[in-house]
Write a protein that binds this ligand. Structure first.
Ligand SMILES: Nc1ncnc2c1ncn2[C@@H]1O[C@H](COP(=O)(O)OP(=O)(O)O)[C@@H](O)[C@H]1O
Ligand SMILES: [Mg+2]
Length: 401
């Protein structure tokens, strides 16, 4: 083993609904990552939130259930906890979900019991989508441990996860969005009639009702008229305390064009060519995303040079507006062109994804490949950006002395 190799922890699985997607992304990265440059440490997080390494991580990756007492950091005796360590400080990851609340424990490496071996890692690549992976929570853990990690920090991740917060930041940056309302489920549950009035006063059907914090279209409904509103609100309310209600882009009977751009970088991010997804359903729902192969990607999207330039610029602005870092996929909804109409179809920003699907055939890497950066080099670049960002942060002082 060469001394100067970076140790890269590839973190996958996790407690979110996108556990499987994460396994697929991680398997692709593990296959492609340049092992002459990096010592690669696969780290799995089970559905229950347990951190596993070595053979147990491999078992998790290939869909085999982790054993009762998974091996942690190579120690067959170890049971409850894995640790991420850097420079003598370690973060002990609690074995969630526990029946009692257990705080994160910070302790010196020397104090670690032998059954709690630590993983020595220079850079973490959290290949985790959705809750607890893409929402700033795990990024907070890396900040505490002072470890370099791929992707956005706590704020960028949390802002990119919360559709209401994201929209407020986009608005502050004057980025075009479809009209929307945010509402707490308590308000909906307290008086559905009043809430309906409020929604109908602000927005025109069709509407899209969404839980503010989720992904993969889970809990999202298209609402064609009032008769469908209550069911959609109740469904979204079962997934989050905050709901986002949007006016459907394109209006009744129309299907907007779904455009996506990959952004890469830290303080001076760059945008890939624009891609398009043509969903094989009324909208790009969970089924169309993962369960059928009817959704067709088109790279690059058929757009005028001006439209494409505008969309790429907006993607970079969206990335900056949410204070993102490393990578993000920025998604747009474009009105379908109306025959005979002279008005240019409007392009709206839909959302930003701070840890987009990352298999070699996912949109994010495919857009970079089409822009001239192949998958393996993209992984290198992301690791490099993580190290650069971590180094840049070392210039920050945390107190006056
Ligand atoms: N305002 C809207 N107008 C038209 N279609 C929409 C709108 N909002 C969402 N959709 C459809 O629903 C899909 C999922 O919505 P999105 O906000 O991207 O949620 P997720 O974070 O789960 O991907 C979009 O890709 C699009 O097909
Ligand atoms: Mg989406």
């Amino acid at each position: 083993m060469k001394k100067n190799k970076l140790r890269v922890g590839i973190l996958f699985g996790g407690r979110s609904g996108e556990h499987e997607v994460s396994l697929l992304s991680a398997a692709s990265i593990l296959k492609a990552i340049d092992r002459t440059k990096y010592d690669v440490v696969p780290i799995g997080i089970t559905r229950e939130g347990r951190w596993v390494t070595a053979n147990d991580a491999q078992a998790l990756l290939t869909g085999k259930a982790a054993k009762e007492n998974p091996r942690l950091a190579g120690d067959p005796e170890a049971t409850a906890t894995a640790a991420v360590i850097r420079r003598g400080e370690a973060i002990i990851v609690p074995p969630v979900p526990a029946d009692s609340l257990q705080p994160l424990e910070l302790s010196a490496a020397a104090e670690l019991a032998p059954q709690q071996p630590a993983l020595h890692i220079d850079v973490v690549f959290p290949v985790l989508h959705g809750t607890f992976g893409e929402d700033g929570t795990i990024q907070g853990l890396f900040e505490l441990a002072d470890i370099a990690y791929v992707g956005s920090g706590v704020l960028g991740s949390a802002a990119g996860m919360d559709k209401d917060a994201m929209k407020k930041l986009f608005k502050a940056a004057s980025l075009p969005q479809t009209p929307y309302l945010a509402m707490l489920r308590s308000e909906w549950r307290a008086d559905a009639k009043k809430a309906t009035k409020k929604i109908e006063a602000a927005l025109k059907y069709p509407l899209f009702v969404k839980p503010a914090n989720l992904g993969s279209s889970v809990g999202i409904s298209k609402v064609h008229d009032r008769s469908e509103l209550a069911a959609a609100m109740d469904l979204a309310a079962s997934f989050d305390r905050k709901l986002v209600i949007e006016q459907g882009v394109g209006g009744p009977g129309a299907k907007p064009r779904e455009l996506e751009v990959s952004v890469l970088g830290n303080d001076t991010p760059e945008a890939s060519v624009v891609g398009e997804i043509v969903p094989g359903a009324e909208f790009y729902d969970y089924e169309a995303k993962y369960l059928s192969d009817s959704s067709v990607p088109i790279i690059p999207a058929k757009l005028s040079a001006a439209e494409s330039k505008q969309i790429r610029q907006m993607a970079i602005e969206a990335f900056k507006a949410c204070d993102c870092a490393g990578l993000a996929r920025v998604d747009f909804l474009m009105e379908p062109a109306k025959k005979g109409s002279k008005r240019k179809p409007r392009i709206y920003l839909n959302e930003i994804n701070t840890l987009p699907g990352f298999t070699s055939i996912s949109m994010y890497p495919k857009l970079w490949a089409a822009t001239g950066l192949p998958y393996k080099k993209l992984i290198d670049r992301l690791i490099q950006l993580a190290v650069e960002r971590h180094q840049e942060k070392q210039q920050t002082q945390f107190s006056r002395v």
